[in-house]
Design a protein around this ligand. Structure first.
Ligand SMILES: CCCCCCCCCCCCCCCCCC(=O)SCCNC(=O)CCNC(=O)[C@H](O)C(C)(C)COP(=O)(O)OP(=O)(O)OC[C@H]1O[C@@H](n2cnc3c(N)ncnc32)[C@H](O)[C@@H]1OP(=O)(O)O
Length: 389
C-alpha cells in the first residue's frame, strides 16, 4: 500500500509552472478618447449635466488612454435604454446579456492561446474563469468549455468580483494547480464586460464618470503547465513565486457590489497614493521570501495599468527608467483599464517586445491591484525561447 507522502510525491510536478501561451480579444466597437464624452452624454440623454461632461473630458484627457473597446455599443444600448438609469431593475437583463457575450469573447482569446500552445483543447485539465461581469450558475465557464470542446472531466473554478487583482489571483491559482497535479494543463480565461456597471451620469456619483473615463472590455486566456513537453510546448514565463497582501483598513477604497440596477463600483481618489505607500514594502517582502536581492531597474515589469496616475506613482517611487513601464503604458493607451485581464495584455506585450529583439530583463514582477485593497505579486522568470516566437 502506498503512503500518502508517496502519492503526494507522484502527483507533484518536477519543475515550476510556466505560461505556455497567451491569447487576447476585444469586442469590435472602438471608443476614441476625444469622442467619448460627446458620445456618452448623447447616448444617455444627459447633455444637461454639463459639469460632469467637463469632468469626464478632463479625465479622458489625462488618462493616457487613446482608445477602448466595448460590447455595449450604441445599437445595443438603443435596445436597452433603461441601462442608463441605475434606479431601474435591470440586473437580470444585464446578467443575461453579459452571460451570452462573455463566453463568445473568451472563446476568441482562448482559441488563440490554444493554437499557440500547439496541443488539442481536450488536453486542458483545469479551467479557471475570472470575471466581474457574471452572476449566475452554470456560468460562462461551462459555455466556454463547451464551445472549446473541453472534456467533461475538466475541473472548473470561477473567480468572481475580485476586480483587477484577479489578474494575479487566477494566475497564482493556476500555478498551484499545475505544480500539484502532474501533467495538468490549466486554461485561465478572463472576460470583462462593462455593461454590467454602465450607467448614465448622476450628480454625486463620480465613480460613474471615472469608470466611463478608464474602463474597457476584453477577454484574455493563458495556458499554464509545468514540465513542458519537448518540441511542442515552449514556456514564455516561469512562475517563480507569488504572494497576496492586503493593505490594512482599506476595505472601502475599492468596492464592487451587485445591486438591483447592476454592478455598483467605487474607486476612491486615494487609491493611487495608497498603492504608492505600500508597494515597495510588498516587493521587498516578496523578494526576501525567496532570498533574491533585486535592483528594481534590473527587472522587467508587468504592472496592472489601473490608471495613468498609478503607473506614474510606481515609476517615481521605485526610480524606474521610462522604458520599464512601457508595456503597461502601451496597453493602457490602446485598450484602457480592462480590470483583471489588463496584466495578461501586458504579459503579451512584453513577450512581443522580446520576440522583436527588444531587451527584456531575465527576471520580472507582475503586480495587480483590486478590492481589499489587495496587491497580488508574482515573480516571473522569462524563459529562454522567447525570441523564437
Ligand atoms: C468605454 C466604456 C466604458 C464603460 C464604463 C462602465 C464602467 C463599469 C466598470 C465596472 C468595472 C468594475 C471593476 C472594478 C475593479 C477596479 C479595480 C481597479 O483597477 S481600481 C482602478 C484603479 N484606478 C485608479 O484608481 C485611477 C487612478 N487615477 C488616475 O489614473 C488619474 O487620477 C486619472 C487618469 C483618473 C485622472 O488623471 P489626473 O492626472 O489625476 O488628472 P486631474 O488631476 O486633472 O483629475 C481629473 C479629474 O479626475 C478626478 N478623479 C481622479 N480620480 C478619481 C476617482 N478615483 N474618482 C472620481 N474622480 C476622480 C479628479 O477629482 C479630477 O476632477 P476635477 O478636479 O477635474 O473636477
Amino acid at each position: 500500500m502506498a503512503t500518502v507522502q508517496q502519492i503526494r510525491h507522484v502527483q507533484r510536478s518536477d519543475g515550476p509552472a510556466a505560461v505556455l501561451a497567451i491569447g487576447t480579444a476585444n469586442p469590435a466597437s472602438c471608443m476614441l478618447r476625444n469622442d467619448y464624452a460627446d458620445y456618452y452624454f448623447r447616448v444617455t440623454n444627459s447633455e444637461h449635466h454639463a459639469d460632469l461632461k467637463d469632468k469626464l473630458k478632463r479625465i479622458c484627457k489625462n488618462s493616457g488612454i487613446e482608445r477602448r473597446y466595448v460590447h455595449l455599443d450604441e445599437e445595443l444600448l438603443g435596445a436597452h435604454p433603461d441601462f442608463s438609469d441605475r434606479a431601474l431593475l435591470t440586473l437580470d437583463a444585464r446578467i443575461d446579456m453579459a452571460s451570452a457575450a462573455m463566453p463568445e469573447l473568451a472563446v476568441s482569446a482562448a482559441a488563440r492561446a490554444i493554437a499557440e500552445w500547439g496541443r488539442p483543447a481536450a488536453d486542458v485539465t483545469h479551467l479557471v474563469f475570472s470575471t466581474y461581469s457574471g452572476g449566475k450558475a452554470p456560468s460562462a465557464d461551462l459555455r466556454l468549455a463547451s464551445l472549446l470542446g473541453l472534456c467533461p472531466t475538466v475541473s472548473r473554478t470561477i473567480l468572481s468580483l475580485h476586480g483587477c487583482s484577479s489578474g494575479g489571483r487566477a494566475l497564482q491559482l493556476s500555478k498551484e494547480l499545475a505544480e500539484n497535479n502532474r501533467g495538468a494543463r490549466v486554461l485561465v480565461a478572463y472576460s470583462e464586460i462593462t455593461l454590467i456597471g454602465f450607467y448614465g451620469p448622476q450628480e454625486g456619483r463620480l465613480d460613474t464618470i471615472l469608470g466611463n473615463g478608464i474602463f474597457g472590455d476584453c477577454a484574455g486566456a493563458i495556458i499554464v503547465g509545468a514540465d513542458p513537453v519537448d518540441c511542442i510546448e515552449r514556456p514564455l514565463f516561469e512562475m517563480a513565486f507569488a504572494t497576496q497582501t492586503t493593505i490594512p483598513e482599506t476595505e472601502n477604497e475599492i468596492t464592487t457590489r451587485l445591486m438591483k440596477g447592476g454592478l455598483d463600483f467605487h474607486v476612491s481618489i486615494r487609491v493611487s497614493k495608497l498603492l504608492k505607500s505600500n508597494i515597495e514594502r510588498c516587493l521587498i517582502d516578496t523578494f526576501e521570501s525567496i532570498g533574491i536581492s533585486a535592483e528594481w531597474n534590473d527587472l522587467f515589469w508587468a504592472i496592472h495599468p489601473g490608471g495613468r496616475a498609478i503607473l506614474d506613482h510606481v515609476e517615481q517611487l521605485l526610480g524606474l527608467g521610462v522604458e520599464k513601464l512601457a508595456a503597461s503604458r502601451r496597453v493602457l493607451r490602446e485598450y484602457g483599464n480592462m480590470s483583471a485581464t489588463t496584466v495578461i495584455f501586458v504579459l503579451d506585450e512584453l513577450r512581443r517586445r522580446r520576440a522583436r529583439g527588444e531587451e527584456v530583463a531575465e527576471w520580472g514582477v507582475m503586480m495587480a491591484f483590486g478590492p481589499g485593497i489587495t496587491i497580488e505579486t508574482m515573480v516571473l522568470h522569462a524563459a529562454g525561447s522567447l525570441k523564437e516566437n
